[in-house]
Design a protein around this ligand. Sequence first.
Ligand SMILES: [Cu+2]
Length: 157
Amino acid sequence: MSSLRVRGCLLLLLALGMLVLGFSSRVRAGDGSDDGKPAAVQILVPDEDRFIPFAVTVHVGQKVTWTNNDADDHTIVSDNAFNTAGHRGVNVLLKANGGTFSLRFFHAGVFPYYCRFHSMLDAHNQPKAPGPDGGIQDPNGNYGTPMSGVVTVVGDD
Ligand SMILES: [Cu+2]
């Protein structure tokens, strides 16, 4: 092999090496949170029968994650009568002590939901506490607020 040819091969190898390095650093840069999409919005069930916060607002394409930090199981049930943000028919168990569930929303609208263990819908599809037939009575004798919440999705549909 002539020295000119060797130098040509070395230059080619150097160029290939730079290409590979450039590509791998670009891949690494994209390894952040969820492909550059905004971070998921967190909704927590604390050590009681409620969703915190009750109301959240997200943008189209954003994800909502529910986490159950209570010692009891809870559920997330879609209130289909008012749901305009998609994901109809949701009815999932949120297991006690750290169970999670996530939904990504692709349409602007509202996603009202409730826990079917600690809330129910009245004749007008409004969440109400189950009452004496299944509700949890507080020390004041009230059957409490219905366990429910709402996700509002804003942005281009
Ligand atoms: Cu519940």
